[in-house]
Design a binder for this molecule. Structure first.
Ligand SMILES: Nc1ncnc2c1ncn2[C@@H]1O[C@H](COP(=O)(O)OP(=O)(O)OP(=O)(O)O)[C@@H](O)[C@H]1O
Length: 554
């Protein structure tokens, strides 16, 4: 960064030169068939879809910083390019520059992705540089990393649990016949009140809940779940599982060492961690500890991005996130969802649960699933959700955030929402039996009405609602493969985990308090047993006691 400040113009010229050089070197990948001879048709439809999304992603509507080509943006970009230029001669630079600007370097450096999985890539332009809303700086957009596109389809997914009481057990429906599909390049939001079954559905779709009580079908490129998918699915859980005493860089580096395939060298894995840090805009805090209840660390937004980084480091085809924006302010949440969009634009399928999104955030999603008490109330384009509910008689009576409107409906709350005539009639007919609140139908009745309305719409328009993709045989066969890629051998895993454990506890083990405590105890015990008689059995027992005491105490 400092280097670029010397001369913006100079940096810009150099970056342009570098781009030209790289464009010449990597001219061929603009055609998929050039990269994957003989496999040009593999995943053709999907790749085309992803590439279509890539073009859409470059549109000014998506690239927030695209229109304003100010000097600051250029400076950031030229700094990146200048560094790359200086490293170019070392060879490492080529891979990094291509990862930063061309998006297919990992195959170049021997990264996991075989050439036949490579989707269309593009050079980045100033249009690709969004503003980092949270940090207030500009950085290149997420780069198009090649991946196997996966089309997720789920039909009539249901899940029941048996709740055992003291005397009897009761069966409870958690999910009832949920159907939908998600194409590569799409970001789908899963919304609903607390307890509506969002996490459960996400777990089922992510292959984490394979209980016999799960009914219906979930397919990945029209194939059932296979071991191959384990290394292709990233899952960011609701509760961040991070080590508070590790820095951001250490966290992601250990994740890379543990999870990236054996075929990569240690240096390549470390470089991959650095790439992710840069792509997620974590470079400013890469040496800051994660932190926890007792240790001050990175901010909430940065923490969420580290969790996302932990998963995208393996370059997953499918990314599931459970409430990635909970606890974040609306600007940081927007930045996080923007990151998800950038990830999706590289051909990945992204599904995320979300609580109370702001209206700006709501409009960022491609599709929406609204759940209420485990039933599907809406599946379709996010932009058409309010129109759908208006079509069944539920329109907001005052200006309202669409997400708030949908959550009110999912909760069965019709305050400030018009009551459909059919529902009014039903309430009037049942008035003697059903209590109304403020003249509004009770939540249970609203819920039943919405479920029935959606079922009717679904049965009438199933083919239009679900947009089935034509899939070629190759992506289908790949998913079927039972080969599982291991990140590290058991010995490597043992060593990495051991070192990580020591690093995580270094503040415990190596604190002055701890060292003083150990030394003083050792001195006291040493003095107590000093010159004890080791010739008698009693004396020897005494000495053994010291060893045991030390062993168990520390
Ligand atoms: N194994 C189980 N046994 C009993 N109840 C369960 C089980 N799994 C889920 N549930 C219940 O199913 C309902 C849905 O849970 P889930 O965690 O999917 O909801 P959610 O929509 O993600 O909620 P939140 O937004 O609060 O995270 C909850 O009422 C939960 O208690």
């Amino acid at each position: 960064m400092e280097k670029s400040s010397n001369s913006t113009t100079l940096g810009r010229t150099k970056s342009d030169q570098l781009l030209e050089t790289l464009a010449a070197v990597f001219k061929s990948p603009t055609s998929q068939s050039d990269l994957a001879p003989g496999t040009s048709d593999s995943g053709g439809t999907l790749s085309r879809k992803s590439s279509r999304r890539l073009v859409v992603g470059a549109s000014p509507a998506r690239s927030s910083g695209g229109g304003s080509r100010n000097a600051h943006i250029r400076k950031a970009r030229s700094a990146q390019m200048k560094l790359d230029l200086e490293e170019l001669s070392s060879g490492a630079a080529l891979s990094r520059a291509s990862s930063a600007s061309l998006g297919f370097s990992f195959s170049f450096t021997g990264f996991t992705v075989p050439p036949d999985e490579i989707a269309d890539s593009k050079l980045f332009s100033d249009d690709d540089i969004p503003e980092d809303i949270e940090a207030g700086i500009c950085r290149p957009k997420f780069q198009a990393e090649p991946t196997l596109p996966i089309y997720l389809k789920f039909r009539e997914v249901s899940y029941k649990v048996v709740i055992k009481g003291m005397t009897s057990s009761e069966e409870r429906d958690i999910l009832n016949g949920i159907s939908g599909d998600v194409s590569p390049g799409e970001v789908v939001a899963l919304m609903g009140p607390s307890g509506s079954g969002k996490t459960t559905l996400l777990n089922i779709l992510g292959g984490r809940l394979t209980h016999s009580a799960v009914a219906g079908s979930v397919t990945y490129n029209d194939q059932p779940y296979s071991k191959f998918l384990k290394s292709r699915i990233g899952f960011v859980t609701q509760d961040d599982v991070l080590f508070p005493h590790l820095t951001v860089k250490e966290t992601l580096t250990y994740a890379a060492l543990l999870r990236l395939p054996l075929t990569l060298t240690k240096q390549q894995k470390e470089k991959r961690a650095l790439d992710v840090i840069y792509e997620l805009g974590l470079d400013r805090c890469q040496d800051t500890m994660i932190g926890g209840s007792f240790v001050r660390g990175v901010s909430g937004g940065e923490r969420k991005r580290v969790c996302i980084g932990n998963e995208i480091i393996i370059n997953p085809s499918l990314l599931f996130l459970d409430e990635p924006t909970s606890g974040l302010d609306s600007t940081t949440a927007l930045r996080t969802v923007q990151t998800l969009q950038d990830i999706a634009e590289t051909g990945k399928t992204v599904l995320t649960t979300i609580h109370q999104p702001s209206s700006r955030l709501f409009h960022k999603f491609d599709k929406l699933i609204v759940l209420g008490k485990g039933s599907l109330l809406y599946f379709g384009k996010a932009s058409e959700a309010t129109d759908y509910f208006s079509s069944i008689g539920c329109s907001p009576l005052i200006a309202m955030n669409p997400a708030e409107f949908l959550l009110d409906l999912a909760n069965g709350n019709l305050n400030d929402i018009s009551v459909p005539p059919e529902l009014e009639d039903r309430v009037q007919m049942e008035n003697s039996e059903t209590e109304t609140r403020n003249g509004k139908p009770p939540p249970q009745v609203v819920h039943e009405y919405l479920v029935e309305a959606y079922e009717l719409r679904f049965s009438e328009n199933e083919n239009k609602l679900m947009d089935p993709l034509h899939l070629d045989e190759e992506p289908k066969l790949k998913v079927l493969s039972s080969k599982r890629q291991w990140g590290a051998s058991w010995w490597q895993q043992y060593c990495i985990l051991f070192i990580r454990g020591i690093k995580e506890r270094r503040h415990d083990y190596f604190s002055w308090l701890r060292i003083t405590q150990v030394l003083s105890t050792a001195i006291i015990l040493g003095l107590l047993w000093w010159q004890s008689d080791s010739k008698t059995s009693r004396g020897r027992q005494d000495q053994v006691y010291i060893y045991i005491h030390h062993l168990f105490h520390y």
